[in-house]
Design a protein around this ligand. Structure first.
Ligand SMILES: [Zn+2]
Length: 295
């Protein structure tokens, strides 16, 4: 039986040359000549299946492993202690986890915009509450879809820009020779917790509207506050700025922590702290500038 070719889990460098020098015994620890990663040889050869990651269990136990992956994604420290570079990357199921959550979020968001108003008209206003500024959002969005992005322009930047920024820092990528699929993996799972929270927020908002607590639903809706006009230019400016920043800031903090642990524990980069500091600073500036320019 032929042995499968051995490659470095981080950069993909072929390790067969090293393996072929072994004649009678083999070392426990190894080091990649290309990127400097240190690893246990047994993890390179033995493909033990990861116990809970959806990527490996979507055929046999999709529901429980989906749920477990989502729960672990709320605990980044543990997530990146248990998911390792030596666990082969399967991007399709990873994309399914994030994609399904995003789809649920989109459906719930559309429901909060459309359903309460529909029920309100159907029931002559009792007991359903409805905020008709949401109708205006739907109408403007249908006329010019681009206007929808202006509601929370910094949010997509805070959520999606990190891998692009990572790729634009060529020193990091070249020094450690990290394979792209690892970056994409870190990116996909970074979205799981924020999107789940967004889904929960939409569900709560929808429920409040349906049971008639529309004032409370408005109060927790940043887009509602964004539409308010203050008594002076300054307060109006603050109404514009603060709701967006209340979303962008926690998102940036989450991403900073997620990518720091991803860089340190998973990719085992030497200067994980500095790398993440630079990434986070660029992300925060980009998201804030987008908020200021597009609202
Ligand atoms: Zn390597």
């Amino acid at each position: 039986m032929t042995r499968p070719s051995a490659e470095c889990p981080r950069c993909g460098y072929n390790l067969d040359g090293t393996v072929s020098t072994w004649t009678e015994q083999c070392p426990i620890r190894g080091r990649c000549n290309e990127c400097g990663l240190e690893f246990d040889w047994h993890r390179v050869f033995v493909l033990t299946v990861h116990p809970w990651l959806f990527e490996y269990h979507w055929r046999r136990r999709p529901f429980s492993r989906f749920l477990q992956t989502v729960l672990y994604a709320f605990r980044p420290r543990r997530f990146w202690r248990e998911v390792r570079l030596t666990d082969p990357v399967h991007l399709m199921p990873a994309a399914v986890v994030t994609g399904l959550l995003a789809l649920t979020g989109a459906v719930l968001l559309i429901a909060t915009l459309v359903l309460p108003q529909y029920l309100w008209r159907l029931s002559n206003g009792f007991p359903v509450g409805a905020s008709f500024w949401r109708d205006e959002i739907v109408e403007t969005t249908l006329r010019t879809p681009r206007t929808f992005m202006r509601l929370m322009p910094g949010l997509p930047v805070a959520l999606f820009a990190m891998p692009v920024i990572f790729a634009l820092i060529p020193i990091t990528l070249r020094q450690a020779r990290v394979r792209r699929r690892h970056i994409v993996r870190i990116f996909f799972y970074s979205l799981v917790a924020p999107i789940t929270i967004a889904c929960a927020w939409c569900a709560v908002n929808l429920m409040l509207l349906i049971i008639g607590l529309d004032r409370l639903a408005d109060a927790i809706d940043p887009v509602y506050w964004r539409g308010q006009v203050g008594s002076s230019v300054l307060t109006t400016f603050l109404f514009q700025l603060l709701p967006g920043m209340a979303i962008v800031l926690p998102c940036t903090v989450w991403m900073a922590n997620w990518w720091y642990l991803g860089c340190r524990r998973y990719l085992q980069l030497e200067h994980a702290g500095q790398v993440t500091a630079v990434l986070t600073l660029i992300l925060f500036l980009l998201a804030t500038i987008t908020e200021l320019v597009f609202t």
